[in-house]
Write a protein that binds this ligand. Structure first.
Ligand code: BV8
Ligand code: ZN
Length: 250
C-alpha cells in the first residue's frame, strides 16, 4: 500500500524548496529489511538486556557471550538488504541536499548508496582492538563465536559505541551542525530514548527547521511543534520521493 503523501502538502512544499535536509534514523528504518529493532516486540533487547550486552564491562567480563550476540546480529544484517526506505533516501539525493545522521550500526544506508552518512554509534561491520585500537574489519568469519585477539594480545571488539562510552570523537558535534543548519529534518524510525542522539531533533527545531516524525507508532512522537506521519518508513519515504520527483520534473 503506498502512502498518500499528498495530504502532507506543507511538508512536500517545504522539502521541494529546501536548501538542505537531514534524515535522522533509528532502527525502525531497518525493520522492513528484517533487522529486529531494539525495543519493539521482536526487540533485540527483549531476549537480552542492553546493560548486559551493549557495554564494555560486560564484554570484558563475558567476552564470548557479547561477541556471540554481535556475530548473531552480523549474520542477520549480512542476510538482509537495504529496503525501499533506504533506497528512497538515495533517490532523493537527485533533487535535494540530503544528509543522513543515523543511530544505526547496520551499514544499510551506506550499502544502499547514501553519499553522506554520519554514524553516531559506530558500525557493526567494523572491529577494533580493545587496547591498541588496531582495526580488524574483513578477516573475521561470521561463524567465529569466540572473540579474536589482536597481535598485541588484547581482545578485539565490535567498533560500536556501548552505553557509557563517548560517541566517536567529533561525530556528534558535526552531526549537530548539520541538524542546526537544515531546513527540514525527517526523524525516521526511532523511539528517541538514547542520548545524546535524542537531542538532535530539538537542535533542528530550535534552529528553525521543520521536524517531521515518521513512525508506525505515535507514542514515540514527541508532540509539540513537530509534524507526525504515521506509517512504515518503507512506504512513506518512497511516497515522499515520488511527490518530490513529480514536483521537480513537471
Ligand atoms: C554517552 C550501538 C557520554 C551498540 C547503541 C548513565 C551512564 C552513562 C550514560 C547514560 C546514563 N544514563 C543515560 C545515559 C546516556 C545513555 C543513554 O541514552 N541511555 C538510555 C538508554 C537512557 N547514552 C550513552 O551511554 C551514550 N554515551 O552518553 O556518552 C557519557 C559517557 C560516560 C558517562 C556518561 C555519559 C552512548 C549510547 C549509544 C548506545 N549504543 N548502539 C549496538 O547497537 O549494539 S544505541 C542503540 O539504540 C542503537 O544504536 C539504536 O539505534 C539506538 C536507539 O534506538 P532506536 O533506533 O530508537 O530503536 P528502538 O527500537 O528504540 O525504536 C525503533 C522505533 O522505530 C520505534 O519508535 C518504532 O515504533 C519505530 N518503527 C519500527 N518499525 C518501523 C518504525 N518506524 C517506521 N517504520 C517502520 N517500519
Ligand atoms: Zn591490539
Amino acid at each position: 500500500m503506498s502512502y498518500d503523501i499528498r495530504i502532507q502538502k506543507e511538508l512536500i512544499n517545504k522539502l521541494a524548496d529546501s536548501r538542505k535536509i537531514v534524515v535522522f534514523t533509528g532502527s525502525g528504518v531497518s525493520a522492513e529489511s528484517g533487522i529486529p529493532t531494539f525495543r519493539g516486540d521482536d526487540g533485540l533487547w527483549k531476549k537480552f538486556s542492553a546493560h548486559e550486552l551493549a557495554n564494555f564491562d560486560s564484554f570484558m567480563k563475558n567476552p564470548d557471550l557479547v561477541w556471540e550476540w554481535y556475530q548473531y546480529r552480523r549474520r542477520i544484517i549480512n542476510d538482509s538488504k537495504p529496503n525501499a526506505g533506504h533506497r528512497a533516501l538515495v533517490e532523493l539525493e537527485k533533487y535535494l541536499d540530503v544528509t543522513i545522521v543515523t543511530q544505526n550500526v547496520d551499514n544499510l544506508h551506506q550499502r544502499a548508496g547514501s553519499s553522506r552518512v554520519y554514524e553516531l554509534h559506530g558500525n557493526i561491520t567494523r572491529n577494533k582492538c580493545t587496547a591498541c585500537g588496531k582495526r580488524y574489519d574483513g578477516e573475521i568469519e561470521l561463524a567465529d563465536n569466540k572473540p579474536p585477539h589482536c597481535e598485541c594480545g588484547a581482545l578485539v571488539r565490535p567498533d560500536v559505541v556501548w552505553f557509557g562510552e563517548n560517541l566517536p570523537e567529533g561525530v556528534y558535534e558535526l552531526a549537530e551542525e548539520q541538524c542546526e543548519s537544515c531546513d527540514v529534518m525527517l526523524v525516521v524510525g526511532t523511539s528517541g530514548v538514547v542520548y545524546p542522539a535524542a537531542l538532535l531533533p530539538s537542535a533542528a527545531l530550535s534552529s528553525g527547521a521543520m521536524v517531521v516524525d515518521i513512525n508506525i507508532d505515535d507514542s514515540d512522537h514527541q508532540h509539540g511543534r513537530r509534524l507526525f506521519i504515521k506509517g512504515r518508513s518503507g512506504e512513506v519515504l518512497p511516497a515522499i520521493f515520488d511527490e518530490i520527483k513529480r514536483l521537480k520534473e513537471y
